[in-house]
Design a protein around this ligand. Structure first.
Ligand code: G3H
Length: 195
């Protein structure tokens, strides 16, 4: 059975500053991860000629895919990070301080909470539908390089986790989650390439 490899982009400059959203490039650690990921993919998908690499349209995923050679790369807007609307570019501390009601409503119902002029987790789950259909259709392996909120939703779909857990699933940086769909169900392996 063909694997689906899920990974977040390498650490970005905004990750380092604790800012959500944005479209920054990678930090030094993030660049190192992009190299390690390329090595991993080269070995893991050595004889898989039809494999493909899917990214979002944001720099940090495109840069993470950059060192991977030999496979077609496809950009999906549907793989972009949850849109934080008016909170884009802020830290969680800033949101708590400057928009305490927003901070509290999100804390109360993170799944349904929609950022003003942005998205909720439910919105993200809905826009991922065409990606999931296409993933299911693939016969060859796919490497999906995306973002935390989006990968929580994708992972939950394949691992059959309930809706209410989605906003809280751990998807660490610099780790590959390999999903294999076989006759006996879904198998999962994790590869932590660096801290
Ligand atoms: O910037 C977005 C984060 O990756 C999503 O994290 O939904 O836990 O705030 P959060």
């Amino acid at each position: 059975p063909r694997p689906i490899l899920l990974t977040r982009h390498g650490e970005s400059q905004d990750n380092v500053r604790g800012r959500i959203g944005g479209d920054t490039a990678l930090s030094e650690a993030g660049e190192l991860y992009s190299e390690k990921l390329a090595n991993f993919v080269r070995k893991r998908l050595k004889s898989e000629r039809a494999a493909s690499i899917w990214t979002s349209t944001l720099q940090r995923t495109i840069l993470t895919a950059h060192p991977i050679a030999g496979f077609p790369k496809i950009q999906w807007r549907a793989l972009d990070e949850i849109n934080a609307g008016v909170c884009d570019g802020m830290t969680y501390e800033e949101i708590k301080k400057n928009m305490p009601e927003e901070y509290e409503s999100r804390k109360k119902d993170k799944l349904r909470y929609r950022y003003p002029r942005g998205e909720s987790y439910l919105d993200v789950i809905q826009r991922l539908e065409p990606v999931i259909i296409e993933l299911e259709r693939q016969r060859a392996p796919v490497v999906v390089i995306s973002h935390q909120a989006v990968l929580r939703a994708l992972y939950a779909y394949f691992a059959d986790r309930p809706l209410h857990e989605i906003p809280h699933i751990e998807v660490p940086l610099h780790t590959i989650i390999e999903i294999q769909m076989g006759v006996t169900g879904v198998q999962e392996k994790r590869y932590k390439l660096m801290d």
